[in-house]
Ligand binder design. Structure first.
Ligand SMILES: Nc1ncnc2c1ncn2[C@@H]1O[C@H](COP(=O)(O)OP(=O)(O)OP(=O)(O)O)[C@@H](O)[C@H]1O
Ligand SMILES: [Mg+2]
Length: 376
């Protein structure tokens, strides 16, 4: 049975709403071989969107390959993950992928030994190391596969910011870009959370991936796309919610996609069959949403200095700019202007806040609610 509301994992079909324009844009990029970079804060729906587009174009001229590199801690772990995903997902028949792998990798080196058990761990069994393959050989493989099949391939790499965390990250990035930019049959969709890290890779003029492709800043999902979704899912679960309360859910969590689904789920579960949402239900449900996430928020503030906490207090109180004014700095005890700059950068680096038009905002609306209740 379909779940009414889903949060925390990528969503599909019944649990997917909105994103028409973004889907269209990404689809066109995929079909036209344009590279795409997709950035947003955590849990806004990057993975869901990319997988949605991959499903939509499946069976057409373009082959999509999806991989998540969150677990890759080094350059060669990444190459193994990439080669495995490319070989598996471009193989014409699932059971033949090992044959094709042998074909493509053998041509590079005869040293590879395959595990006899095809269901064993591929990344281990491919065994790509600096001794067996150069980065160029591994990175060039997908283009060769695309040419051989005569079909365009789009490689979608999730949690791409992980590349930014590796030792020698800059030279790894330079290697990737220098190979990828010569690919004609392969394009890339690179995306990930940790906005700060992603911006560092793609928005910095002096970095290899600067202007690599179409840069998409994913937005939140607007209320108009949520109302029908929320009300119909309540109905299908035998409960009722008015459009007004559906709108309230969106407002409380500032349209942050995973929280909209989470709060809707909490409210739904407080209703008996046939019941409708009432005002009395809202406050305890919001309190439950906050307390469910409290441990996570505690971990986020634990390492902060007293000054950094003060800056958060200022922002949560509604002070978004004017930190150079002495009055503001004294009220919230922020120290000198140069100290203030350091505080701001430290919180941005942790993705706790973001800066827009020289104003500072808290990234996570429920964190903000929690912080207000606890520290103001
Ligand atoms: N199009 C959508 N329709 C409905 N809900 C969505 C949609 N996109 C995202 N969500 C909600 O947000 C949650 C997180 O989605 P997803 O994992 O795709 O985000 P993400 O940006 O990839 O997150 P992360 O940065 O953690 O990787 C989903 O579980 C769902 O609750
Ligand atoms: Mg994701």
């Amino acid at each position: 049975m379909d779940k009414s509301f889903v949060y925390g994992v990528a969503v599909t079909d019944y649990n997917f709403t909105g994103r028409e324009k973004e889907t269209q844009r990404l689809k066109l990029n995929f079909e036209n071989g344009l590279n795409t970079i997709l950035i947003s804060p955590r849990r806004w729906g990057k993975t869901s969107l990319v997988k949605h587009v991959c499903r939509q174009i499946a069976g057409g001229d373009v082959i999509t390959v999806y991989l998540d590199i969150f677990g890759c801690k080094s350059e060669y772990e990444f190459y193994n993950a990439l080669a495995t995903a490319v070989l598996q997902q471009t193989a014409s028949k699932a059971q033949l992928w090992m044959e094709e792998a042998r074909d493509f990798l053998m041509r590079l080196t005869p040293k590879i030994s395959f595990s006899p058990d095809p269901s064993s761990d591929f990344s281990v069994s491919l065994g790509i190391t600096p001794e067996t393959h150069t980065p160029e050989q591994v990175l060039g493989m997908v283009e060769r596969i695309a040419m051989q099949k005569g079909r365009h391939v789009v490689v979608c790499i999730d949690e791409f910011q992980q590349i930014g965390e590796m030792d020698n990250s800059r030279s790894i990035q330079a290697r990737l870009r220098s190979v990828w930019q010569h690919h004609h049959m392969t394009s890339y969709c690179l995306f990930g959370g940790k906005q700060h890290m992603m911006s560092g890779i793609f928005l910095n003029r002096s970095m290899p991936f600067y202007q690599f492709g179409d840069l998409m800043w994913l937005q939140k999902i607007p209320t108009s796309d949520w109302i029908g979704y929320i009300t119909s899912h309540f109905e299908q679960a035998g409960r009722h919610i008015s459009e007004e309360f559906a709108t309230r859910i969106c407002e409380v969590v500032d349209n942050y996609p995973s929280y909209v689904q989470h709060l809707a789920s909490i409210i739904l579960h407080r209703l008996q069959e046939g019941e409708a949402v009432t005002e009395e239900l809202m406050e305890p449900s919001i309190a439950e949403l906050i307390s469910t996430n409290e441990m996570l928020y505690m971990q986020q503030v634990e390492p902060l200095s007293a000054y950094q906490m003060n800056l958060l207090r200022a922002i949560v109180s509604g002070v978004h700019s004017g930190y150079n004014e002495k009055r503001v700095r004294t009220t919230f005890d922020l120290g000198s202007p140069s100290n203030m700059v350091r505080l701001r950068d430290a919180l941005i680096e942790r993705d706790l806040i973001y800066s827009e038009m020289r104003q500072l905002y808290v990234t996570d609306p429920v964190f903000s609610l929690w912080f207000r209740r606890r520290f103001l």
